[in-house]
Design a protein around this ligand. Structure first.
Ligand code: PGA
Length: 273
């Protein structure tokens, strides 16, 4: 079964609602109805209604950047699955390395203990993934090693632990709703992309783990994205890799021209565009 590639923009802490609406309208004009690829954008929470309105009736999906696992209650500052759904979301990023407090090059604003301010760990990531699924959202579960872990030869161990923990308790019939994103921490926002072959190797490892959890047939239908400094130049090579089913794109998803080129690369890389 051919997996439809998925290219998802992670807008992080960028754009006011007005700016987000303008970018969404631009992306809609460029990408609505693009064949053989699925496209999504994950704006900041406050921008979601404006972006959902701008993309209404188009093929471009909207996602949140995080979720809390309780539906409502005394949890100041949190946003729940049903809230995201009613605001127009189809996806939600879960366990992004920045939410796990794992930054490639933390600036002074995150010195010392402040780096852990976002505080996700494997247990909370799992709760969030399960909450997303029960709300009817598709979780994009992010995994990936730091530079220190890679240099210590621990890439596989770290990725395996994160994948297994993230998926604990996900029922086999929910498997197709899940998207995995391999995002080596050292490649995020640094301009240092992982080699095509290495991205393919680790995405392949993720798929083998999915096969162990849900069986090879189900694993063949689940999208495994690569993320970390994806741009218009390196996207064609990455998107040609057999185990890479698209990209989670940060910085370049804010520039409509570049994002469009990355989407085209995903279409062409899979022979669908
Ligand atoms: P980047 O971010 O494309 O800016 O490296 C990717 C991500 O964090 O998802």
């Amino acid at each position: 079964m051919a997996r439809i590639p998925f290219v998802c923009g992670n807008w992080k802490l960028n754009k006011t609602p007005d700016e987000a609406c303008a970018l969404a309208q631009d992306l809609r004009a460029r990408l609505d109805g693009a064949p053989g690829v699925e496209v999504g954008v994950c704006p900041p929470f406050v921008c979601i209604p404006a972006v959902a309105e701008a993309l209404k009736g188009s093929t471009v999906s909207v996602g949140g950047q995080d979720i809390f696992w309780m539906e409502k209650g005394a949890y100041t500052g949190e946003v729940s699955g049903p809230m995201l759904v009613s605001a127009g979301c189809r996806y939600v990023i879960v366990g992004h390395s920045e939410r796990r407090g794992r930054f490639a090059k933390p600036g002074p604003e995150l010195a010392g203990d402040l780096m852990a301010v976002f505080g996700d760990n494997d247990t909370t990531v799992n709760r969030k993934a399960l909450a997303a699924l029960s709300a009817g959202l598709r979780p994009i579960i992010c995994v990936g090693e730091t530079l220190e872990e890679r240099q210590a030869g621990r890439t596989e161990v770290v990725v395996e632990a994160q994948v297994r923990a993230g998926l604990a308790g996900v029922r086999p019939e929910q498997a197709e709703e899940v998207v995995l994103a391999y995002e080596p921490v050292w490649a995020i926002g640094t301009g240092e992309k992982c080699d095509d072959e290495e991205a393919n190797r680790v995405c392949g490892l993720v798929r083998r783990l999915l096969a162990q959890v849900w069986g090879p047939e189900k694993a063949q239908g689940i999208r495994v994205l690569y993320g970390g400094s994806v741009d218009a130049q390196n996207a064609p090579g990455l998107m040609r890799q057999s185990e890479v089913d698209g990209g989670l794109v940060g910085g370049k998803s804010l520039i409509a021209d570049d994002f469009e080129k990355i989407v085209k690369a995903a279409q062409q890389g899979k022979g669908m565009g």
